[in-house]
Ligand binder design. Structure first.
Ligand code: ADP
Ligand code: MG
Length: 416
């Protein structure tokens, strides 16, 4: 059987050189600067962001680099190392939602979003992307692209939001708007917040209640795995990952419908009510009894229990209770499989192999329907486990998976 591939992160110099060379090769001049933004992996708290819930991402060491030069007209020209042979060109003037096809919608959409948010000083630009974040693997290559673009545009058009954590919330809004309204890929904000706000050595506890200010809605939780003798293995199953085929929208709509039935603004209100009650089990049962159908009951049970698991995970990890943290990973996956129904056989098999071979816990991460799993393992165990998963995938006739080592890294920044 073949050896499983580990995707290495580009260093700052490697990423900047690649983006810069692609820029020069494509546009026959030099860029103004290079910026980069990371992909992310969500430790726990899945499908909670759009329910005003809690989630806990870390930024990956794997980043998207953008070499960019502003223009004085409304033309955007973008090229990516995914297809370095040609660039795409779009005029921002007169551009409407969903007006750009293909991947260019993501970076073009950021400029379009900033302009529609009132930043009329934003003009066109030329940009070249180089990335080591796997595309469509649930590790947020899309947010790495939109957030690196937003930070670059903030810088070259002097918007003044990139330097502070609170200011970045405005840039996050433009990145989300690009994904939602230009690329047509529904997103709840977890990915963009992670890419813009995570810090090295920490997980970002993100509270998605809309009434909170940016300073209130996050806290940095120490997440230094090596200090605990641990590693976080990410396995990209390479199973086809399709969030915009209606499944994601269907889950969101079901949660919104449930909130209406329960007469609450969102399911976070329900989750908090249950958590604070004298008998949370009974309270959850009564909530579910009030819902009209089985599917809705399952979806709500996932959201309510998953929000509780984020709290428990933060507590367990802070107290050094690694086994409990692993158990919560497992419970999260099982809930996503049985109640939220967003796993596929590749995710379940990868998680199963990890659990049977020494992982403290394992779960799918990201939206599901393909994508990646994470496994919490002792230091030095990642490669062996990744190989065992690859061997089982070969036996089952799945695509060969790829692996990454996840270390909590830094958010978007200017690199050159
Ligand atoms: P994920 O964000 O989990 O990787 P998405 O489906 O949300 O998955 O986003 C993947 C899409 O983002 C790609 O299909 C492509 O359109 C776009 N994309 C992201 N990174 C790049 C890149 N470096 N070059 C070109 N397109 C990219
Ligand atoms: Mg994405």
């Amino acid at each position: 059987m073949s050896t499983v591939q580990f995707i290495k992160a580009l260093t700052n110099d490697e990423g900047s050189d690649k983006a810069s060379e692609l820029f020069r090769h494509t546009f026959a001049e030099d860029e103004s600067g290079v910026w980069s933004a990371p992909g992310r992996v969500n430790l726990i708290g899945e499908h909670t962001d759009y329910n005003a819930g809690l989630c806990l991402p870390i930024a990956l060491p794997h980043r998207t680099f953008i070499a960019l030069k502003p223009r004085t007209d409304g033309i955007v020209r973008v090229v990516s190392d995914v297809d370095p042979t040609s660039f795409q060109e779009v005029d921002l003037n007169g551009l409407e939602a969903r007006g750009v096809d293909g991947w260019a919608a993501y970076p073009v959409g950021v400029a379009w979003a900033l302009r529609s948010m009132g930043f009329s000083q934003v003009q066109g630009f030329d940009a070249a992307f180089a990335s080591c974040v796997p595309l469509g693997s649930g590790l947020s290559s899309s947010a790495a692209m939109t957030c690196s673009t937003a930070l670059a545009l903030d810088d070259v058009f002097a918007l003044g939001y990139g330097a502070s954590d609170a200011g970045r919330v405005t840039l996050i809004e433009s990145a989300m708007k690009s994904e939602n309204d230009m690329a047509g890929a529904s997103t709840g904000g977890l990915d963009q917040n992670a890419s813009m706000r995570c810090t090295a050595g920490h997980a970002l506890l993100l509270d998605c209640r809309p009434e909170l200010t940016p300073l209130e809605n996050t806290s940095q939780q120490p997440f230094d795995l090596s200090a605990h003798g641990l590693e976080l293995l990410v396995v990209d199953t390479q199973a086809p990952h399709q969030l915009n085929d209606g499944q994601y929208a269907e889950r969101r709509a079901c949660c919104e419908e449930a909130a209406k039935v329960l007469k609450v603004a969102n399911l976070r209100v329900t989750a908090d009510g249950i958590a604070k009650s004298d008998d949370p089990f009974q309270s959850l049962k009564e909530t579910l009894d009030a819902l009209p159908d089985e599917v809705m009951k399952k979806r709500v049970r996932h959201v309510v229990t998953e929000i509780a698991r984020v709290r428990s995970f933060v507590r367990a990890f802070a107290n050094g209770q690694v086994e409990e943290a692993g158990r919560l990973f497992n419970a999260s996956h099982d809930s996503l499989k049985a109640d939220y129904e967003v796993t596929v056989p590749e995710l379940d098999v990868a998680v199963d192999v990890a659990r049977k071979n020494g992982a403290y816990g394992a779960r799918m991460t990201g939206g599901g329907f393909g994508g990646s799993i994470i496994a919490l393992v002792n230091s030095g165990e990642s490669e062996k486990l990744a190989q065992l998963i690859a061997d089982e995938f070969a036996r089952q006739g799945f695509h060969a998976p790829r692996a990454l080592a996840a270390v909590a890294s830094d958010s978007a920044r200017k690199v050159r």
